[in-house]
Design a protein around this ligand. Sequence first.
Ligand SMILES: Cc1cc2nc3c(=O)[nH]c(=O)nc-3n(C[C@H](O)[C@H](O)[C@H](O)COP(=O)(O)O)c2cc1C
Length: 276
Amino acid sequence: MVKVDVEKCIGCGTCAADCNIFSITIKDGKAVPGKWCLECGHCTAVCKEKAVTLLGDYDPSEVLEYDNPETFGIAPDRLLNFVKFRRSIRQFTDDPVSDADIAHILEMGRYTQTGANFQPLRYIVLTKETLQEITPIALKTLAELDVKNVDKKAMRVPYQYLDFQSTWIKWYQVYQKTKRDLLFHGAPNALLIVSRTCNEVDGCFNTGHLDLMINALGLGACLMGFGTFVFAMSPELKQRVGIQEGESVIFMMVFGHPNVKYLRTVSRKKVRYEKI
Ligand SMILES: Cc1cc2nc3c(=O)[nH]c(=O)nc-3n(C[C@H](O)[C@H](O)[C@H](O)COP(=O)(O)O)c2cc1C
């Protein structure tokens, strides 16, 4: 919900014109908010008079004024080069990511848009100790999984069509012999993106933004399809990290300080594209 300060409101209708669900009306020269509200904040951001504020679990003191394009803009070519240079990182130093950097990463997630502004996600940050504890459970789960008979929907990724299981068995053997972790790449931290809704798009989109911030901080990440999958398959893992009934791990990523240096970008296949 939003609140309109009638002293400040001049009834210009800018907020009503920009309301996605036509909730705001102008009556007697003042904006009147309707009952249904996505709490997207467009009306608060567009009002020249600063007459509209969001009610509820929102902190008005964190609102930033658009006073300098340099603060908010990003040059397209730099953005593209940033994405081109980003790599999945699978070699990490042992140093944990600082709490300040973790806060920055999560702030990126908090501000990433969600369908109908539902904001359904929560995060679990795994420390090295927790990762070390869950690694053997995860590797054993994958190595012993009856892949061909796993419910395809629960599996979400069609791993049964590819021979990943022999790889997982080898990974578990390597782990048992040497303690080397080929699943989570020995990372010092991991992030679980957790949701109660079935809208996986929110979680996946959020993951991409988190990955960008991780890289902007000079850290590195690797998205974990296998890691996500193993959380879907193992009630023991879910319980260990506190996944509640009805929740699922939408995505998992490992992250930390890279122990590898890339010197150039790589090539990609040509874009498939048509204009119709
Ligand atoms: C949805 C998704 C799932 C992935 N799962 C894994 C994984 O389980 N293990 C892994 O080492 N890399 C994983 N990756 C990383 C991809 O292998 C990697 O993005 C791809 O090879 C391109 O390399 P780049 O990220 O360095 O550009 C995943 C990437 C995506 C987007």
